[in-house]
Design a protein around this ligand. Structure first.
Ligand SMILES: Cc1cc2nc3c(=O)[nH]c(=O)nc-3n(C[C@H](O)[C@H](O)[C@H](O)COP(=O)(O)OP(=O)(O)OC[C@H]3O[C@@H](n4cnc5c(N)ncnc54)[C@H](O)[C@@H]3O)c2cc1C
Length: 465
């Protein structure tokens, strides 16, 4: 290989989750040689769908993808996956929130809000009055909890926002930054005044642009179909599995990427590097001596742990009709689970006939220590909660657990320090790019977008920023 002519060298994409795969796919499609270096023996990262011999279709990571971005929609189409989309059942619009130990349907419309027993009359009035709120300029970031409390009051934060935030971030609304964790809310607060009017305006603009409605989706074989199809779309020999990268060293005009492959030292030269790594891996990457770790300060970024417990019951052993997306549990209810997804109500063929599939999430930044319990204790705890909250009787006939000790990055107040670290490192090392959930948003669609856009910047030779 001629290392003096960097144009011959491929780009290294490090990390084979959906972020790295989307980046590699984009580069390859634009004719740019690329190598994808992945530490484990599979692609997909936290996306892990499995089918058991008895017919249980489970997810150990994400369960659904919200399809609302035109670029992500186009990617799904380019991958030939549009026809294979399985939309969530219409009843997924119904969500339950635990109040006084009982699942209560969350209101899904203004008339629903008026009738809902979830909120007091005072909170309902606040929600309607919020429509007339005027824009306000803010000189500094504010927590999402504090911002939403200003708009809708404390009860709304406790019984709508906090459970929602648990479901998305497994985090705490009073620590998350409004500006970084929910930029749309932050913008609407200042540009529109009313968050409700802001949401209506966004929906109207989407309709005017002719964009289809947002769709909550998966696939018959689960979300793993996305990384698998991205991988199949890459030229053969692009993906290097069992390759754990430790350093990316600029030896202008090329990059030396080193680590361990199959237990042996590995080192290769590349023209540019895209790091598509989770925070705990990114912080360890050296750019010179092992002590030269420009992302080391990311160790301060909080990552919430989650244990995902997949359970199967006989249908007659669950008292609740399971007629919705699932149940979210507010912190004030003092329970030991974050929520339950009614998996077999969302998508067909997730459980054998006569059975139902549930996924229980526990831990998060609120109850970190639960994720360190032995699996049998977690199982006992989860079964006990399901008995009390959903009227489960009898033992589950299927159980599977997966703990992610550093699952979701928390875009808490002060998050700009993370962004600054990444931006300043990219400026210091032209040709080095950082993609993924560490700074571009925490969901699957945002991870895909981050991969697509970072590949574009890499091709254009621009730092991310
Ligand atoms: C439990 C859970 C539930 C979730 N639920 C949802 C949901 O319902 N909907 C949704 O939209 N999002 C959800 N998310 C978020 C979503 O899954 C992530 O945003 C997305 O999958 C992240 O993809 P990624 O490629 O950035 O990272 P990852 O999937 O973490 O991939 C990173 C890859 O880098 C590899 N790697 C690590 N270190 C090295 C190294 N040194 N060298 C080489 N390779 C390395 C890893 O092995 C891994 O394959 C959930 C996340 C979790 C954990």
């Amino acid at each position: 290989m001629d290392v003096n002519n960097t144009s011959n060298l491929p780009v290294a994409v490090i990390g084979g989750g959906v972020t790295g795969l989307a980046a590699a796919f984009t580069l390859a499609k634009r004719g740019c040689p690329v190598q994808l270096l992945e530490a484990s023996s599979r692609v997909g990262g936290v996306i892990q769908s499995e089918r058991s011999a008895e017919g249980w279709q489970t997810e150990s990571g994400p369960h659904t993808l919200l399809l609302n971005d035109p670029e992500v929609r186009k990617l799904i189409d380019d991958l030939g996956l549009t026809e294979r989309i399985v939309p969530a059942s219409p009843q997924a619009r119904h969500r339950f929130i635990l109040r006084n130990g009982k699942p209560v349907a969350a209101p899904a419309s203004p008339p629903g809000l008026i009738k809902s027993p979830l909120f007091s009359f005072g909170t309902k009035l606040k929600v309607f009055a919020e429509l007339f709120r005027r824009p306000r300029m803010r000189s500094a970031d504010i927590s999402l909890g504090a911002l939403v409390a200003e708009h809708f009051g404390q009860e709304f934060v406790d019984y709508a926002l906090q459970p929602f935030v648990s479901g998305v971030y497994a985090g705490d609304a009073y620590r998350l930054s409004a500006q970084h964790a929910f930029p749309r809310v932050w913008q609407d607060d200042q540009a529109c005044g009313s968050l409700v009017r802001g949401m209506m305006r966004t929906a109207k603009e989407r309709r005017r642009r002719g964009e289809p409605r947002s769709q909550l989706i998966s696939f018959a074989q689960g979300l793993q179909v996305i990384p698998d199809t991205l991988a199949l779309g890459l030229p053969s020999d692009t993906i290097q599995l069992r390759t754990q990268i430790e350093s990316v060293i600029c030896e202008a005009p090329h990059w030396r990427v080193s680590g361990i492959r199959d237990g042996q030292p590995y080192s290769e030269s590349f023209s540019r590097v895209i790091l598509a790594l989770p925070a705990r891996a990114l912080e360890k990457v050296a750019t010179g001596l092992p002590s030269d770790r420009p992302f080391a300060s990311l160790s301060e970024l909080e990552l919430s742990p989650i244990t995902v417990v997949s359970l199967g019951y006989r249908r007659q052993d669950i008292g609740h009709p399971l007629d919705g997306f699932g149940l979210l549990v507010p912190a004030l209810e003092n329970r030991q689970i974050l929520g339950v997804i009614f998996v077999s109500s969302l998508f067909p063929d997730r459980a054998p006939a006569g059975h139902v599939a549930l996924t229980v999430m526990i831990g998060g930044s609120r109850q970190r220590s639960l994720c360190t319990l032995p699996p049998e204790k977690i199982q006992t705890l989860v079964e006990s909660e399901l008995r009390q909250l959903l009227g489960a009787s009898g033992a589950p006939v299927f159980c599977r657990q997966r703990t992610w000790s550093a699952a979701i990055p928390q875009y808490n107040l002060g998050f700009e320090k993370v962004k600054n670290t990444i931006e300043s490192t990219e400026k210091r090392f032209p040709g080095l790019f950082v993609a993924g959930t560490v700074h571009d948003g925490i969901s699957v669609p945002l991870a895909l977008l981050s991969g697509l856009r970072t590949a574009g910047k890499c091709l254009a030779g621009r730092p991310s920023g």
